[in-house]
Ligand binder design. Structure first.
Ligand code: HEC
Length: 93
């Protein structure tokens, strides 16, 4: 992990909002390792703020994830600013 201020801010957000379901990015729970490069940053920002709209549009990546996790849904609709999304992405890298 690159230790910089943005990734530390991201870690704080992650611990508050994500870690109850994703214990840590390193623990691979729900497989967050490499996730920034898998769907790409713009997609990830939409996914974290508007998962519902991706599912409503039958987006293939979002719908496949639900299948892979047997219908368990994360309800990712976090009202983050673009800065906050960038911090989380810096942390997830
Ligand atoms: C209530 C539990 C819960 C919370 C809170 C949660 N997630 Fe998730 N997350 C899930 C589940 C379940 C999945 C897989 C199914 C799905 O798509 O909803 C998932 C999937 C993901 C994925 C897609 C993984 C992949 O392989 O592409 C990302 C990225 C992600 N979460 C990031 C986050 C981040 C960042 C936060 C905090 C801002 C967060 N999640 C909060 C439960 C949660």
């Amino acid at each position: 992990m690159v230790l910089n201020v943005d990734s530390i801010r991201g870690q704080v957000l992650f611990r508050a909002d994500c870690s109850m379901c994703h214990p840590s990015k390193a623990r691979l729970h729900y497989n967050l390792e490499g996730v920034v490069d898998r769907p790409g940053e713009p997609y990830l920002k939409r996914y974290l703020t508007k998962q519902d709209s991706l599912l409503a549009a039958k987006d293939p990546y979002a719908t496949t994830l639900i299948e892979v996790y047997n219908g368990v849904r994360g309800n990712h609709r976090f009202p983050y600013s673009d800065d906050e999304l960038n911090y989380i992405i810096a942390y997830l890298r």
